[in-house]
Design a protein around this ligand. Sequence first.
Ligand code: GLU
Length: 461
Amino acid sequence: MIKTRFAPSPTGHLHIGGARTALYAWLYARKHKGHFILRIEDTDHERSTKEYVDAILEGMQWLGLDYDEGPFYQSERYEHYRAIAEQLISKGHAYRCYCSKERLEKLREAQMANKDKPRYDGHCRELNLADLTKPHVIRFRTPDRDEITFRDQVYGVINVENTELDDLVLIRTDGIPTYNFAVVIDDLDMKITHVIRGDDHINNTPRQINLYHALNHKPPIYTHVPMILGPDGKRLSKRHGATSVMQYRDEGYLPEALLNYLVRLGWSHGDQEIFSLQEMIDYFDVAHINKAPAAINPDKLLWLNQHYLKTSDPIHTAKQLAWHMQGIDTSQGAKLADIVVAQAERCKTLVEMAEKSQYFYQDFAEFDPKAAEKNLTTDIVPGLQAVLNQFKQLATWEQEHLHQIIIDTAERLALKLGKLAQPIRVAVTGNTMSPPLDITLKLLGRERVLTRLQKAIDYIK
Ligand code: GLU
């Protein structure tokens, strides 16, 4: 069975680069009816926090990237890693190193001064020291000869001489495993078949493969995903705007828009731009991941977001919209799903939609001054009054009737339709922008419309 995993370190929020890696690993597992695993790599106790763990879990949930196993926490498995390190020592694949920080520092300085690559010189390699009372680390005995070759699904064949590699630390003085060690043990225990991760780990891969060999196992298949750049071609950072997934939620994006956006950031399927989740699963293939880093394109994300505002199930979108309308009681009046349908055409984000939909649920404090000056003028009072009188007579509150009354009144008073419609719009919404007037009136409901028309007439007078 194919098994992939996402293994974030909880030292920050779920970044869109991480989310894209997670999405690729998730798609690969779903496509092959395998398992997707979430593993929290929380061995850095200084920088890992519960808050970030929660933020990652929340981000995964919001995106809908569900996992079949986990979340696992590396911090709960320290005994296990230590036991395996001991086994490696007993088999001659690892050794205890007692070199002091000072010695390592001096060594480093000397190597740097010589323009050599800083690395451990193997001082404790053959000493076979085993004093458990003295502070020490456990180091891997990197094979002296041979080279490591692997085929990365994106980068192709990669070759590294073992003489290039250091004797890496497996267990630190404090008993905590290093990333390279824990990741291998976990990927083995969790039976991961395909490792899909950021290309910042490509240099770690040969070291990890050495560990697989020492443990007598075949390494998984590796796919290293190129990084994401800002629109200016520089490494993506906060100054480019939102970088965390939850920030995108806060800015009014739909999860399906962000997923669609992320899947295309570095992967393509012909020139198709819009993918349903099922299409992503069906078409996703690591072979079509682009080797060149991808630059974010905020306009494209906005375009996709509007596409999904218009086409996603309005009931689903309404739930997201409700979150953005916090503080406003949307239980009375129009259904939020109907608001979504009415507004999607003129909104690119849910934040915008929430702002532009408040008047459906809450009285506005005042008319937009410019809109009022232009549209709420003395000459329009008879028109507003006539419409108000007829609206009052209506037995039911139907779009067609509302529409007809406005047309008839305009004709009777010899007004162009817009000359009457726009003042009505300003009267009932406070502004000049809204969905088509009959829909707006229908959604506002009788009571709000009648009260607001009267208020506008009083205001003009
Ligand atoms: N914890 C590592 C990271 O967040 C995971 C790397 C990996 O997937 O092996 O970069």
